[in-house]
Design a protein around this ligand. Structure first.
Ligand SMILES: CC(C)(COP(=O)(O)OP(=O)(O)OC[C@H]1O[C@@H](n2cnc3c(N)ncnc32)[C@H](O)[C@@H]1OP(=O)(O)O)[C@@H](O)C(=O)NCCC(=O)NCCS
Length: 185
């Protein structure tokens, strides 16, 4: 099975996600990729937006991503890059989280369609969970469209369980949200 080997870079940004780890993703058909996971910067936003608009029917705006980047906030945002795929290495995915008290909230996660099924979302999720652990979170929460079987499978693989439903939570199209939770990070 192919793997996503992940190096997580550290930067001296307060409350940003820091750390260093390697991990293995699995995929039967696609080649292995090495990932670099690092804090999202303003200069990443054009690449992030290009992924966002092809991933969601109601995409976040650039301003919304910008609000996640301010120092001293509860927010953390990471991008994944493929070092071998260009110079500078392109952004192929991202995750945005908040740590509120002892809860990690996963607010956004997407991978460029060309780079899906190579363990990249798994790498981002693990890095975000590690960030949550460091910041004192003991549980993680998220909402996902009821029809989004790919994302739900991803989260189940990472020990999230469905714990509730928010009726008609999403628009375009109107749809329920499944609330998923992982107890213990
Ligand atoms: C959901 C998404 C983030 C997954 O990204 P990815 O990098 O392809 O995911 P990974 O390669 O890390 O997949 C890990 C696991 O997720 C599940 N998964 C991922 N894509 C899947 C698919 N198309 N169908 C079924 N399961 C899928 C599998 O369990 C997979 O494990 P496996 O490879 O051992 O089978 C990506 O499809 C995406 O960006 N979708 C659009 C945006 C979105 O839905 N975001 C989540 C909002 S809650």
């Amino acid at each position: 099975m192919p793997s996503a080997r992940v190096r997580t870079l550290t930067r001296s940004v307060p409350r940003q996600i820091r750390g260093h780890h390697r991990m293995v993703g699995r995929d039967a058909e696609r080649p292995a990729v090495e990932l670099l996971i690092e804090p999202m910067r303003r200069s990443d936003l054009p690449e992030v937006m290009a992924i966002e608009v092809v991933s969601f029917s109601v995409p976040w705006t650039e301003e919304m991503f910008g609000n996640e980047l301010g120092p001293g906030t509860l927010a953390g945002a990471l991008v994944a890059r493929i070092p071998g795929a260009g110079a500078p290495p392109p952004v192929v995915g991202y995750i945005c989280v908040w740590v509120v008290s002892d809860e990690l909230h996963i607010n956004n996660l997407a991978v460029h369609p060309r780079w899906r099924k190579r363990g990249i979302a798994g790498g981002l999720l693990r890095a975000a969970l590690q960030h949550g652990r460091r910041e004192g979170a003991r549980a993680a929460f998220l909402e996902v469209r009821a029809s989004n079987v790919a994302a739900q499978a991803l989260y189940r693989k990472h020990r999230f369980d469905a714990v509730g439903v928010r009726h008609r939570y999403y628009t375009h199209p109107i749809e329920d949200a499944v609330i998923m939770c992982r107890m213990g990070l």
